[in-house]
Design a protein around this ligand. Structure first.
Ligand SMILES: Cc1ncc(COP(=O)(O)O)c(C=O)c1O
Length: 431
């Protein structure tokens, strides 16, 4: 069953979780049925803004939530590995707690952390950023949410370069804007974005283009030339680029992926967002940073105040330790991810039922599995029969229902076993 909701193109599969949001019931489809069948529920839901009432579990949490407490699962569904945050970062947080760094902090982040990020970015990209462009509002996720809130509203239009992490679509939905996905395509052995497709979709009321490079889930890496071209286009039309660069250190052929920071003018309408989750194994710490035009600084302070009133100060001190001492660990993690990628390519790269391009960055594989037409049904069956947890492709935007996403950040022995089970399962598929 497909249901059209409002002006956006969202739909619910009756046997599956609905595609939006990440909170809610751990029973797939429960909230959707509740909303559709239970009239008292409907009445209660009518209090909510329609954009909020129609939020649902996305496909990732749809597969994971009912199964994540099962100790036998191989969880390749979320974007994290199984190495904990290293001791030197945890020790910095413990020390900060012992020293009572427990009070409110500046809503744009502690000055010494912002200065450390400033130095890190200048060194990494060989640039000379204005310190006043940097804000630490909370998580990378929060940076994306606030950026979208700053520019999108009911009546405006946004574009999402896809396949895209489903939270981004939810963020756009919450603003009430109308939006579309512009899909990268596999061309000549790599995922590529046709810039003309993107430009053709722009409307007079387009206010934001969201682009994530290195990309979750395809591993696509945008080139500096493409970034320059998009910047020029958006500068002229005053469209905000939300550049999600949270995987900037997870690239396999160089130290960092090309960044909009290297090519943008200080007052270009671009927000570059990144964070500590992926390269420093700090997913649970909820801390990231944004670089915006300096003239938006007061707005960032005010938005940060509304959403989280700053980031916990002991977490900020731990993040400083990550940047100051973390380079060997970043490299160690990258070796693990590179080894994981080799395992995935060995298992799936030449499989006759699998079309898979080697990702250039991030730590996901996004194979298309021939014979799969319902990625959620495939992921649920795989999880129940083999205990391997993947993310269904449909949740990454239109055109992806023959794909699944798997995260290869896990330690190699466990990843190898998960891949063995997955290949056996695919081999048993009829047809
Ligand atoms: C593309 C992308 N952007 C942003 C985030 C959010 O990062 P954080 O956990 O640091 O908020 C993720 C997390 O998986 C992601 O994959």
């Amino acid at each position: 069953m497909r249901i059209w909701i409002g002006k956006s193109r969202w739909w619910i599969k009756s046997n599956v979780t609905a595609p939006h949001g990440s909170g809610g019931s751990s029973q797939p489809g429960f909230l959707a049925n509740q909303l559709l069948n239970d009239s008292s529920g409907e009445l209660c839901m009518s209090v909510l803004r329609p954009e909020i009432a129609s939020l649902r579990n996305n496909g990732i949490t749809g597969v994971a939530l009912p199964r994540m407490t099962d100790p036998e699962m191989f969880p390749l569904w979320f974007g994290e590995g199984d190495i904990p945050t290293p001791d030197f970062i945890r020790d910095a947080a413990k020390k900060a707690l012992d020293e009572a760094y427990t009070f409110y902090s500046h809503t744009r982040g502690r000055a010494e952390l912002r200065e450390t990020i400033h130095q890190y970015l200048n060194d990494l990209y060989n640039i000379d950023l204005d310190f006043n462009r940097i804000t630490v509002p909370g998580s990378t996720m929060l940076g994306i949410t606030i950026s979208a809130q700053m520019a999108l509203t009911n009546g405006s239009h946004g574009l999402i370069v896809s396949p895209a992490w489903p939270n981004v679509e939810a963020v756009f939905q919450i603003t009430g804007c109308d939006y579309e996905h512009i899909r990268q395509q596999p061309v000549n052995g790599r995922w590529q974005l046709n810039m003309q497709d993107l430009y053709a979709a722009v409307r007079p009321n387009t206010r934001v283009i969201f682009v994530n490079s290195p990309c979750n889930p395809t591993g696509w890496v945008m080139t500096s030339d493409e970034q320059r071209e998009l910047l020029a286009f958006c500068r002229e039309r005053q469209i905000m680029i939300i550049a999600d660069e949270v995987y900037h250190r997870t690239v396999f052929d160089r130290k960092a992926a090309p960044s909009f920071l290297e090519v943008a003018e200080p007052e270009d309408p671009v927000v570059v967002i990144s964070g500590f989750s992926k390269a420093w194994a700090m997913t649970g710490w909820r801390i990231g940073w944004v670089v915006s035009p300096a003239s938006w600084g007061e707005q960032w302070a005010a938005m940060s105040e509304c959403f989280n009133t700053g980031t916990p100060p002991f977490v900020q001190l731990a993040a400083m330790a990550a940047l100051e001492q973390g380079e060997p660990f970043v490299n160690q993690l990258l070796q693990q991810y590179a080894g994981g990628l080799d395992l995935v390519m060995d298992a799936l790269g030449n499989h006759p039922r699998v079309d898979m391009l080697r990702p250039e960055g991030a730590f996901y594989a996004f194979p298309r599995i021939r014979g799969v037409t319902d990625s959620m049904a495939f992921a649920e069956q795989l999880a129940d029969e083999t205990k391997v947890g993947l993310a269904p492709g449909y949740t990454f935007g239109p055109g992806n229902d023959e794909h699944v996403r798997l995260c290869f950040a896990m330690s190699h022995d466990r990843l190898g076993e998960a891949l063995r089970r997955m290949v056996q399962f695919i081999d048993r598929m009829p047809g």
